[in-house]
Design a protein around this ligand. Structure first.
Ligand SMILES: C[S@@+](CC[C@H](N)C(=O)[O-])C[C@H]1O[C@@H](n2cnc3c(N)ncnc32)[C@H](O)[C@@H]1O
Length: 166
């Protein structure tokens, strides 16, 4: 029980606990963001790779950053035995310290506070045309370009449209 609690909640203070994105939502994220060859997908908080390896399967270069060490170990094992390993890069560290400028797509499934902390980083680093795709929580302060309500997926094409105060 303690091990399960550690696995799920230990990273909570860093930005989010662990919960894999459901398969249907992963497919929706990749479809809305039109991920394909030529894309570089950054999965911020890659977990055990639900999004990362599906992005690579669509021909993209997939870059995962994960803070929690047992999940990093699982990701490394998955990459080692995956035929897609040449397209997957892993980083054990803090997503708030990443250089996001090479990304053409950013994928996230994070808690609202982490989304708030990422917002100024997106504003200072992302280039026009970059897509941000989020499962479950919208990016605060911006209107989604597209959304899939059933799968709880929000797409933002950068520069995203800010919410105007009423
Ligand atoms: C809700 S899970 C989503 C996992 C994966 N993206 C997926 O969709 O299956 C959030 C992940 O973010 C990781 N995380 C939380 N804060 C982080 C941080 N500051 N830097 C890197 N990873 C972080 C957690 O360890 C957890 O694995």
């Amino acid at each position: 029980m303690a091990i399960v609690a550690y696995f799920v909640f230990a990273s909570f203070a860093c930005g989010a606990g662990y919960q894999p994105t459901p398969r249907r939502s992963v497919e929706s994220m990749l479809r809305l963001a039109a991920v394909g060859p030529g894309d570089t997908v950054y999965d911020l908080g890659a977990g055990t790779g639900a999004v990362l390896f599906r992005a690579a399967a669509r021909g993209a270069t997939a870059v995962g950053v994960e803070v929690e060490p047992t999940r990093v170990l699982i990701l490394r094992l998955r990459r080692r035995f995956s035929p897609l390993r040449d397209r997957v890069t892993l980083s054990w560290g803090n997503m708030f310290a990443m250089d996001l400028r090479p990304a053409t797509v950013i994928a996230v499934f994070l808690w609202p506070d982490a989304m708030r902390r990422l917002r100024p980083i997106f504003e200072s680093q992302l280039t026009p045309g970059t897509r941000i795709v989020s499962h479950y929580h919208p990016l605060p302060g911006y209107i989604p370009t597209m959304e899939d309500r059933a799968a709880k997926v929000y797409l933002y094409r950068w520069p995203a449209t800010p919410v105007t105060p009423a």
